[in-house]
Design a binder for this molecule. Structure first.
Ligand SMILES: *Cc1c(COP(=O)(O)O)cnc(C)c1O
Length: 228
């Protein structure tokens, strides 16, 4: 089956690049980005051994979560509207990858207080300063961390970034390398800081070489997405 072959290929590549980077492939977490993929297909990926999935639309996440095994670790990627926060707090989300602005941090804090819980998040950084992408600029990251420090319901678990879509692999590595540097500076100051989420289907090799320990891979697993 194609899906199984895809998963195997991705896992072999992760091992290959981890070896090149001198890091341990077992410490690199692979998230299967299942946005637009139907629940049966996600189930097939689960049956092939994957346990961690990522969605970018709250409604789609909620539907799939209902239909699929309870031991799946769900990740929210992509821009999150504040009015969607109430649906995902205390509702089976392992990690939000896209904390990119203060008003979202405030809303997450507020909703967690209301439900007497907490939420694990990654701060999204926009290293290449692309207008089309969300995320905090490198030079603003420290101030942003200071600003959210008092929001005690947010567990800041690391950083997430997206590289520009280009075939220039040296540039991609430069962007990922900058994110890794930032991660290394922040890690000793932040309790529970653990994840550097970077690398997608086209650039997860470069991400591993630059120190990613969480990959978000969609089309290399499920095939090209067909948008409706
Ligand atoms: C869609 C998406 C991915 C996966 O993209 P692929 O190129 O299909 O691997 C990863 N991260 C984010 C934030 C995405 O929106």
């Amino acid at each position: 089956m194609e899906l199984q072959e895809n998963i195997k290929r991705v896992q072999e590549n992760i091992e290959k690049y981890a070896e090149m980077a001198g890091s341990d492939a077992k410490k690199i977490k692979l998230l299967a980005v299942s946005k637009t993929v139907d629940a049966d297909c996600v189930q097939a990926a689960y049956d092939a051994g994957l346990r961690d999935f990522a969605e970018n639309r709250v409604q789609e996440f909620l539907k799939k979560k209902e239909a699929l095994p309870k031991d799946i670790g769900w990740n929210i990627i992509g821009q999150l509207q504040t009015n969607k926060v109430k649906y995902i707090i205390n509702n089976g989300v392992d990690l939000i990858h896209s904390l990119d602005r203060y008003d979202l941090a405030l809303e997450l804090q507020k909703e967690c207080e209301k439900k007497d819980t907490s939420i694990s998040v990654l701060v999204q950084v926009n290293i290449a300063k692309e207008d089309s992408k969300a995320g905090i600029y490198e030079e603003d990251v420290h101030a942003f961390f200071d600003k959210i420090a008092s929001l005690d319901r947010l567990k800041i678990k690391g950083l997430m970034t997206i590289a520009p879509y280009t075939t220039d692999t040296m540039y991609i590595r430069k962007v990922f390398g900058k994110a890794k540097k930032l991660y290394d500076v922040l890690k000793p100051k932040q309790d529970g800081f653990e994840w550097l989420s970077m690398g997608m289907s086209n650039d997860y090799g470069e991400a591993i070489l630059e120190g990613a320990n969480m990959l978000r891979v969609g089309s290399a697993i499920f095939g090209e997405r067909i948008y409706k």
